[in-house]
Design a protein around this ligand. Structure first.
Ligand SMILES: *[C@@H]1O[C@H](CO)[C@@H](O)[C@H](O)[C@H]1NC(C)=O
Ligand SMILES: *[C@@H]1O[C@H](CO)[C@@H](O)[C@H](O)[C@H]1NC(C)=O
Ligand SMILES: *[C@@H]1O[C@H](CO)[C@@H](O)[C@H](O)[C@H]1NC(C)=O
Ligand SMILES: *[C@@H]1O[C@H](CO)[C@@H](O)[C@H](O)[C@H]1NC(C)=O
Length: 262
């Protein structure tokens, strides 16, 4: 038996109208991984996800990058328990490679909410004798577990050149991020720097065994994310008003928690 053409045609019309009337559903907008790095609150790689204070700090293009005014730095790991994010700047000098210096610059917001951790030490190398950190600001340099400049110049292939060229040991300085933040390398008058993480237990360990990079220590904004995640939602924010929003499903966002919209 054949359906009369008119019935088929009206079915098609009804179907078309129904399909057009359906709201356009978007899939969950927050990716929870970038490669093998989990992305959780307060971070987000899709706009509207995570805490608004951390908006546009990460991008995920094959690898995860931390974006600052001085460039994108590859994220090595995020420790959500210790609230740290470790980045590595491939343009930075380390014990094994000497590269032209390149300031690490963060925005004011970044410096405020995720400054380098206390166990990240910056080593300013090959400083001129006129450097402020050897004169007026010499108290910014500290005793780094008894390590010396000569240890770096002598123990690292990359830094041996400082020793060779000057036939002596040019000064160096172990300091915290604030020194680098407030004075650019040009003002500091040191030709290179490197930074070392996890510095709490480096007494007696030579520079070949240090871990180079920058560890940022972030704080969680107090936006009521717990309530949202306990209700099964994902914390995000309204991209226009920047107000916190609880993302409940692909078709429903609540202001505070899923199940209630008040
Ligand atoms: C929910 O919020 C996200 C992030 O701001 C947004 O991308 C999405 O379009 C919103 N969905 C609805 C249904 O409003
Ligand atoms: C992400 O950051 C990296 C490093 O700065 C850059 O090369 C890449 O183009 C950025 N990707 C997007 C999608 O912005
Ligand atoms: C060390 O610093 C001096 C300036 O104080 C500079 O002329 C020299 O090129 C630097 N050495 C290297 C290997 O960059
Ligand atoms: C630096 O600290 C070490 C202990 O970590 C100590 O043995 C050494 O004497 C100190 N050096 C100076 C110059 O204060």
């Amino acid at each position: 038996m054949q359906f009369p053409l008119s019935i088929i045609s009206s079915l098609v019309t009804v179907l078309t109208i129904t399909l057009q009337a359906l709201p356009i559903f978007t899939l969950s907008t927050c990716r929870s991984f970038c490669g093998n790095i989990p992305i959780k609150y307060p971070f987000g790689i899709d706009d509207g996800c995570g805490a608004v204070q951390f908006r546009q700090m990460l991008n995920c293009s094959a690898d995860l990058f931390f974006i600052t005014p001085s460039g994108g730095y590859k994220v090595q790991s995020i420790d959500y328990n210790k609230k740290t994010l470790t980045v590595y700047d491939p343009a930075m000098s380390t014990c094994s490679i000497l590269q032209p210096h390149h300031d690490f610059i963060m925005t004011d917001i970044q410096s405020a909410i995720m400054p380098p951790s206390a166990d990240t030490v910056f080593a300013l190398l090959n400083c001129s004798i006129d450097s402020p950190v050897l004169n007026h600001y010499k108290n910014l340099c500290f005793n780094f577990s008894g390590h010396s400049c000569d240890e770096l110049y002598g123990g690292c292939n990359a830094f041996r050149v400082f020793h060779l060229l000057s036939n002596s040991s040019p000064p160096c300085c172990f300091t915290g991020y604030d020194t680098v933040r407030y004075m650019s390398m040009n003002i500091l008058d040191c030709s290179h720097y490197t930074s070392i993480i996890n510095t709490d237990n480096l007494k007696g360990l030579g520079p070949l065994d240090w871990v180079y990079g920058i560890k940022l220590s972030y704080s969680l904004p107090d936006t009521g994310c717990e309530r949202c995640s306990e209700s099964g939602g994902t914390c995000g924010f309204d991209t226009e008003t920047q107000g916190m929003m609880c993302l409940c499903s692909s078709s429903f966002n609540a202001t505070r928690e899923c199940g209630k919209n008040c």
